[in-house]
Design a protein around this ligand. Structure first.
Ligand SMILES: Nc1ncnc2c1ncn2[C@@H]1O[C@H](COP(=O)(O)OP(=O)(O)OP(=O)(O)O)[C@@H](O)[C@H]1O
Length: 313
């Protein structure tokens, strides 16, 4: 039998009075996939995540989670965990007590609920006995993730999980999410951080004013979309520039200046023309030391795909 999708949404519409927060949204998330939701403020990301968590019901459309249709009753579907608008925690309890309270609510024995493992996974073991009142935003986010892990979810839903995280915290969270996905848990998360989404997600959905303007693999944005500006560091910038000017489909961006103290060439191109240029540069005996998009493909697509909607608001 075919493995059901973790999320299958078709034509989801959700209004708040006059405001159309989601307008005919389709979403597919495969099992074991980390799927990013991105969009300008007010695009509908939190609303969509709330539907996945059973915090609200859609007005129209069909939603299936882990193969089961979601009804109108407001309840988290089985084996789905996560949070929107920050995790709900008891400030006067310690980190460990918060997780124990959660386990107790579900009728589990705190000693066997995996509390220490969850705290360890998110890097909070050393502050397990500290009251949450004194926790920073990043620590609260990580504790929220630990709470979700206790449920051993098959679908994890997270709104801005990187909010307030320092580099070490981010490494813990990224590690946890990547490991969970490798074990078959699907993760749907929203973020305004393109670098996080690119580091974590295999697929993204870009929302703008409640509509899906792109959904698919990140690689598709790079390969399929518009021209991007690429930064090229080579062993012979003058020769590389001459070859770029002479290659079809390549525009040389003038006044690119220096990059980390070295003279840099910036070209505007689609991927096939860029491939041709790199082959020609290397063929001429010039080494390519660095090649990277100036603006990431996701950010470029985000700006291009969401700008018209924003302008038309
Ligand atoms: N409970 C609510 N009552 C009224 N309007 C709401 C409610 N929740 C969301 N909205 C509206 O729905 C639209 C989508 O909001 P949502 O919070 O889902 O966007 P978002 O993409 O998560 O935004 P952000 O990036 O700012 O978090 C917005 O216009 C918002 O004002």
């Amino acid at each position: 039998m075919e493995t059901p999708l973790a999320v299958r949404a078709r034509g989801i519409t959700k209004c708040f009075g006059e405001v159309v927060a989601l307008d005919g949204v389709d979403l597919d998330v495969a099992q074991g996939q980390v799927h990013g939701l991105v969009g300008p403020n007010g695009a509908g990301k939190t609303t969509l995540l709330g539907l996945l968590l059973g915090l609200a019901a859609s007005d129209e459309g069909h939603l299936e989670i882990l193969g089961a249709p979601v009804g109108r009753a407001l309840a988290a579907p089985a084996r789905v965990a996560g949070f929107v608008d920050g995790p709900g925690l008891y400030p006067s309890l310690t980190a460990r007590q918060n997780l124990a309270a959660l386990a107790a609510l579900r009728g589990e024995d705190a000693r066997t609920a995996g509390i220490d493992e969850a705290l360890d996974q998110v890097g909070l073991k050393d502050v397990a006995a500290d009251r949450v009142r004194g926790f920073s935003l990043g620590m609260r986010q990580r504790l929220g993730l630990a709470a979700a892990l206790l449920l051993r979810p098959r679908l994890l839903v997270l709104d801005e999980p990187s909010n307030g995280l320092d580099p070490a915290g981010k490494r813990h969270v990224h590690g946890v999410l990547t490991r969970l996905a490798a074990q078959g848990t699907s993760v749907v998360l929203s973020s305004h951080r393109m670098d996080d989404l690119e580091a974590l997600c295999s697929e993204v959905t870009i929302l703008a004013t409640g509509r899906v303007v792109f959904s698919g693999p990140l690689g598709k944005l790079a390969a399929e979309n518009r021209e991007l500006d690429y930064r090229l560091l080579t062993s012979d910038p003058l020769a590389a520039r001459r070859l770029a000017a002479d290659t079809a489909g390549i525009g040389v961006v003038e006044d690119a200046g220096q990059w980390r103290g070295a003279e840099v060439l910036v070209v505007r191109a689609q991927v096939p023309a860029l491939d041709e240029l790199v082959a020609r540069i290397v063929g001429a005996g010039v080494a390519v030391r660095e090649l990277a998009p100036v603006t990431s493909p996701l950010e470029a697509a985000f700006l291009a795909l969401t700008a018209p909607q924003e302008a038309g608001r």
